[in-house]
Design a binder for this molecule. Structure first.
Ligand code: GLP
Length: 245
């Protein structure tokens, strides 16, 4: 903070200079995840700037996810998020994936109901216009971190009561002998729109991975058509490749 005082002539607003010097200290590892920041008053005194300026810089960094504020105990460098490494060679469910990592899973419901199918759903699920589609849309949260928004569509014949699936779609399908055994998954890049970004607790426009999964029963029948967005800062998809053409 003393350097801030010395380099105070650079022209940029003071709060921006302070923000940059804190960002720099985090980047260079001078302060690490979980470390406490000195109090606003201490920073203000050391850098010879007003507390309002300090607060503005700190609030910017909290918004940007660099710092976290805990009520009553102060301001800390945000914990670095562990990226989830997800194998692309096994057909597993979100609940299974997270449980294997020892993470606590929960979901926030965004939609669950029976609807007239969209043209996409009719085509992929092989539904007639007169049939209904069951939609199950959830924000998937692991260890209190929102990781993905998943919007699954299934035939209402397979899932007549989408509200009754409990915490795992695949467990519910398994219970009726409809667990998929094969899937085709397409992953593409996306910038998160405002609504999705808010749900995933990241800035609008942040990087996301759009994932479309069409999964099949052993009979070859399509059972699930799911369109998801995963947080780009949280996921690595990993596939094993073998020599061949
Ligand atoms: C994965 C897949 C989804 C699938 C979901 C089921 O995340 N990307 O296509 O619907 O798992 O998860 P669960 O059984 O936890 O509801």
């Amino acid at each position: 903070f003393a350097t801030l005082r010395q380099s105070g002539q650079s022209g940029a607003p003071l709060y921006l200079q302070l923000r940059r010097s804190i960002e720099d200290a985090v980047r260079r590892g001078l302060i690490g995840p979980g470390d406490a920041l000195p109090s606003e008053r201490d920073i203000a005194t050391k850098a010879e700037i007003s507390r309002v300026t300090v607060r503005k810089a700190v609030q910017d960094l909290v918004k940007g996810g660099i710092l976290v504020q805990r009520h009553g105990s102060g301001t800390f460098v945000a914990p670095r998020m562990e990226r989830v490494e997800q194998s692309l060679s096994r057909l597993t469910s979100f609940t299974e994936d997270m449980a294997r990592r020892g993470m606590a899973v929960r979901s926030q419901w965004l939609d669950r109901g029976l609807y007239a199918p969209s043209p996409d759903e009719m085509m992929v699920l092989g539904l007639a216009a007169s049939e209904l589609v069951a939609r199950v849309a959830r924000l998937r949260i692991a260890d209190d971190t929102p990781l993905a928004i998943e919007r699954a569509s299934l035939s209402a014949r397979v899932l007549p009561d989408p509200a009754g699936i409990g915490s795992s779609l695949y467990a519910a399908l398994e219970a009726t002998g409809n667990r998929p055994v094969r899937a085709v998954q397409r992953i593409s890049a996306a910038n998160l729109g405002e609504g999705d970004a808010r749900l995933l607790d990241v800035a609008p426009g942040a990087a996301g991975l759009r994932i479309e999964r069409i999964s099949y029963l052993a009979s070859g029948k399509v059972i699930e058509f799911t369109r998801s967005v995963y947080r780009g800062d949280a996921y690595d998809f990993v596939a094993e490749l073998r020599l061949g053409i």
